[in-house]
Design a protein around this ligand. Structure first.
Ligand SMILES: [Zn+2]
Length: 242
């Protein structure tokens, strides 16, 4: 397959998922009117091999994911996630040691638990994305869901800070004291419920980034160059469904 064959046999309109095969690259999508050229994989220039993650990830995530390449290896994305989660673990460790209430072993154990927990939650999210993508007829196989989640991991940073600060106050007994003063009645169950609630709020940025990422890649087109493995995106759910 050559690059010039655009729209190719697997090309979808990136907005609505209409199969563009056989149409002219100069025309518009018959379904939603988007210029067919706007669905060209040439517009997906990064990040990937050789391209760095830019600040758009946090400033304009919509643009970031719209430009994210969807073919090729996931190694750069996985590497980004590893760095991000290890950084959070390290910050946690430093913070814990600075407070000085625990032993180094306990601090290391906590940081390790945090890293493992973030990895677990991230891959649960990948499965969730695949599940919802299939139900909605999106073209989001494992490799693409994983790539989106890897970059969305930057959203764990504020979550970790918020949860860290909350847990810190909780351990010190401040939260129970404040809530008791505020409401009069406050028990262990309320504490647990509140921690779960704050945990959910803390996850919002991560979840939002995943959502934006999936929205911008749910019908994404990969390059059909020979060296890029087609199996990353051309498999998966049936592409056109309304
Ligand atoms: Zn369309």
């Amino acid at each position: 397959m050559s690059e010039s064959s655009f729209p190719g046999p697997d090309t979808l309109c990136e907005d609505c998922g209409y199969a563009l095969k056989g149409l002219s690259a100069e025309g518009n999508c018959p379904e939603c009117g988007l210029a067919i050229a706007a669905s060209s994989p040439d517009l997906r220039v990064g990040p990937g091999e050789g391209n760095q993650v830019d600040l758009n990830l946090v400033r304009r995530p919509r643009t970031f994911f719209r430009r994210m390449s969807v073919g090729g290896s996931n190694a750069p994305a996985r590497w980004f996630m590893l760095k991000m989660i290890l950084l959070i673990g390290l910050c946690w460790l430093l913070w814990d040691s600075a407070i000085g209430s625990w032993s180094l072993e306990a601090d290391l154990f906590e940081a390790g638990l945090l890293v493992a927990g973030l990895y677990l939650l991230s891959y649960v999210e990948v499965l969730g994305v695949i599940f919802f993508g299939r139900r909605r007829g999106w073209r989001v196989p494992f490799a693409l869901a994983e790539r989106v989640v890897c970059y969305a991991c930057v959203g764990w940073m504020p979550a970790a800070i918020l949860m860290g600060l909350t847990l810190d106050r909780y351990m010190a007994g401040d939260i129970d004291r404040w809530m008791h003063r505020l409401l009069g009645v406050w028990g262990t169950w309320q504490s647990i419920e509140m921690m779960v609630l704050i945990g959910c709020v803390a996850m919002l940025w991560f979840e939002m980034l995943v959502w934006i990422g999936v929205r911008q890649t749910k019908h994404a087109n990969a390059h059909t160059r020979a060296e890029e493995s087609d199996n990353t995106v051309s498999q998966g759910a049936s592409p056109v469904e309304t």
